[in-house]
Write a protein that binds this ligand. Structure first.
Ligand code: PEP
Length: 247
């Protein structure tokens, strides 16, 4: 049976001291979880976190990678570099990258392809803005974003994790209702099924102000296979409580 995945997105937070305390706290409370757990950390902390999570149930993740293999791309980090630090997951196309770094659907699809080529599971983010939801365009937007990824990676689409993250719910304290989230997850699963015929084994996770209080209800929905957690992943007790809801 497909396991649930709870992935923390630390975003641009942390310090050597804070990371150590956070990861050690998580490891002390984690036990042997029945679900998958990942931490997507800033790249400069990959070596530190690789050592901290070694041999544990926590999978290491990155927050972005280059679409290029190698070369003159100052500031970029390649999939092969991430591989050297035992990175298992990489967030791709987070709305903050789409918004502040102008990442297009085509670029996101190319990054997914690079991650897969390097044996890294991409966590591909899709989601609508508040204006798009209010204009009744949620379905059109998320389907367009996912279609671009399927177009380039159709043959191995069952190897990706899809994260539905309504942009208006990220870091705002506003969570999609269970009905809103389940509805979009079901749509995405239909689209993945049409492309791969194996949608049942693809994890579609929810992100957007998931916290200790709302996680259980969201994770009980039939098409919600886990969570991508920002703010609440920075607090040991909150993140452990979300993991407990998933396991
Ligand atoms: C995220 O950054 O992917 C996210 C879901 O953040 P938050 O949980 O803080 O809304």
């Amino acid at each position: 049976m497909k396991k649930k995945l709870i992935a923390g997105n630390w975003k641009m937070n942390g310090s050597l001291a804070a990371n150590e305390a956070l990861v050690k706290g998580l490891l002390a409370g984690l036990g042997s979880p029945a679900c998958q757990v990942a931490l997507c950390v800033p790249s400069v902390y990959l070596a530190q976190c690789q050592a901290l999570v070694a041999g544990s149930a926590i999978g290491l993740g990155a927050q972005d990678l280059s679409q290029h293999e190698a070369g003159a791309f100052t500031g970029e980090i390649s999939g092969a570099m991430l591989q050297e630090f035992s990175v298992r997951y990489c967030i791709v196309g987070h709305s903050e990258r789409r918004q502040y770094h102008f990442e297009t659907d085509a670029l996101v699809a190319a990054k997914v392809q690079r991650a897969l080529a390097c044996g890294i599971t991409p966590i591909v983010c899709v989601g609508e803005t508040l204006a798009e939801r209010e204009a009744g365009k949620t379905e059109e937007v998320v389907k367009r974003q996912l279609a671009a990824v399927i177009h380039v990676n159709g043959h191995c689409i069952s190897e990706v994790v899809v994260a539905y993250e309504p942009v208006w719910a990220i870091g705002t304290g506003k969570t999609a209702s269970t009905e809103q989230a389940q509805q979009v997850h079901a749509l995405l699963r239909q689209q993945l099924q049409a492309a791969s015929n194996q949608a049942d084994r693809i994890q579609i996770i929810y992100g957007g102000s998931m916290n200790a209080a709302n996680a259980a209800q969201l994770l009980a929905q039939p098409d919600i296979d886990g969570g991508l957690v920002g703010g609440a992943a920075l607090k040991v007790s909150d993140f452990l409580s979300i993991i407990a809801s998933a396991c």
